[in-house]
Design a protein around this ligand. Structure first.
Ligand code: T46
Length: 144
């Protein structure tokens, strides 16, 4: 499905999703449960932190992997391209996550000093699932 947002074509292969928060006088509890908004089973969890100022990460796409990126501390930006177009997201609220599906080129940048990017992934680590060359990604998009 394709929808228009901010005058750009955006696809369902990268989108912002709000997580379930349970607040009370002691603070907030954020919960992510299978079959309740998460479109995949979690097979791996990792996180990025201590990213030096001015450093970019990512610059690749995946053939099959689905991921949810959660800014559990601080903030960072993600530029996402897919066959439907490009969009840059600023992630800064721990209950507002970015879903990225297969076939999406992503670049992570502008990390704040305290940023922690928690990633929930649908598959175990598999280097053969990566497209790390932009030329190969463009070819993949043409053939998709
Ligand atoms: C993504 C962004 C958000 C592992 O051994 N296991 C793992 O689960 C991962 C994710 C990486 N690695 C190894 C592979 C490299 O030797 O750790 C090293 C750094 O990985 P990479 O350069 O892919 O890291 P990022 O931050 O550029 O990208 C990662 C994920 O790979 C990617 O899927 O979407 O975080």
């Amino acid at each position: 499905m394709v929808k228009k947002a901010h005058n750009m074509i955006v696809s369902e292969d990268h989108f912002i999703t709000k997580l379930h928060v349970i607040p009370d006088e002691r603070g907030k509890l954020c919960v992510i449960e299978r079959d309740k908004g998460l479109p995949f089973d979690i097979r791996r969890v990792y996180y990025l932190y201590d990213v030096p100022a001015g450093t970019d990460r990512g610059s690749h796409a995946h053939l099959q992997l689905q991921q949810l990126l959660i800014p559990i501390s601080g903030s960072f930006s993600v530029r996402a391209w897919s066959r439907y177009g490009e969009r840059t997201y600023r992630l800064y609220e721990p209950n507002v996550a970015l879903y990225i599906g297969p076939g999406v080129w992503r670049e992570l940048m502008e990390f704040s000093s305290n940023a922690v990017c928690l990633v929930l992934a649908s598959m175990e680590y598999d280097e053969t699932d990566y497209i790390r060359s932009r030329e190969e990604f463009d070819r993949h998009m043409k053939n998709a």
